[in-house]
Design a binder for this molecule. Structure first.
Ligand SMILES: C[S@@+](CC[C@H](N)C(=O)[O-])C[C@H]1O[C@@H](n2cnc3c(N)ncnc32)[C@H](O)[C@@H]1O
Length: 208
């Protein structure tokens, strides 16, 4: 791994995504997490302060980047909930079937190598009746913006270490067999000039 992806990008990301408006969305995302919880693509641990100690029995986090894991160390030490960090990636989760009540991703499915594989893994590790909670930026509903998302994704993948602007994440969630009601796209002004190209969706998908 290069110096950009392991040193500079984790630092940049903390600043770019450390906005109070994004933290408010993170807080609202993880507020519903209950029981045995898995978060995939934990990054520097920006969601961690917002987990509810009264609801979370054990939080397990998976993050493949050493640079991100280094940045997460301080937050892990101050965690409000019992937490363990496990090496791995979303495409091959090192857990038995039906291990978790809740799986969380926050701005992660844009960056994984293989979204259908990650979602199949999420379904596999969820218990029946378990929930997948997500906050993700996705392919726009607007046709003109979509064209720009497709055009700019090759550049974004370099700048954002694998981040895609053109992922139809809700479709991937449903294709994995998780039940997801209609979701509404929202622009987040904290993303600045990128806001029209990074509409957000948040939701709860259930495993039968
Ligand atoms: C944009 S960052 C978001 C980090 C954090 N969730 C947040 O809210 O700030 C995306 C994260 O996904 C991680 N990631 C990339 N590929 C992954 C994979 N295949 N499995 C799990 N995490 C992955 C990256 O290392 C990075 O930490």
């Amino acid at each position: 791994m290069g110096i950009y992806s392991e040193r500079i990008f984790p630092w940049l990301l903390d600043r770019a995504l450390g906005h109070p408006a994004i933290d408010a969305r993170r807080a609202s995302l993880v507020r519903g997490a209950t029981g045995d919880v898995l978060e995939i693509g934990f990054g520097s641990g920006a969601t961690l302060p917002f987990y509810d100690a009264a609801k979370v029995k054990q939080l397990t986090v998976v993050e493949p980047s050493d640079g991100m894991n280094r940045r997460a160390a301080g937050r892990l030490a101050a965690s409000p909930v019992p937490v363990r960090s496990v090496p791995g990636a979303g495409e091959g989760l090192p857990f038995a079937d039906a291990s978790f009540d809740t799986v969380v991703t926050c701005l992660t499915l844009c960056s994984v190598d293989d979204p259908p594989k990650v979602l199949a893994e999420i379904r596999r590790v969820l218990r029946p009746g378990g929930q997948f909670l997500f906050l993700e930026h996705v392919l726009s509903d607007n046709v003109d913006r979509r064209r720009w998302q497709v055009r700019l994704t090759p550049l974004q993948k370099v700048i954002g270490v694998g981040c895609h602007l053109d992922r139809d994440t809700a479709a991937f969630v449903r294709a994995a067999g998780l039940a997801l009601p209609p979701v509404v796209q929202e622009e987040e002004r904290a993303f600045g000039a990128l806001a029209p190209l990074t509409p957000l969706i948040a939701g709860q998908a259930l495993r039968d």
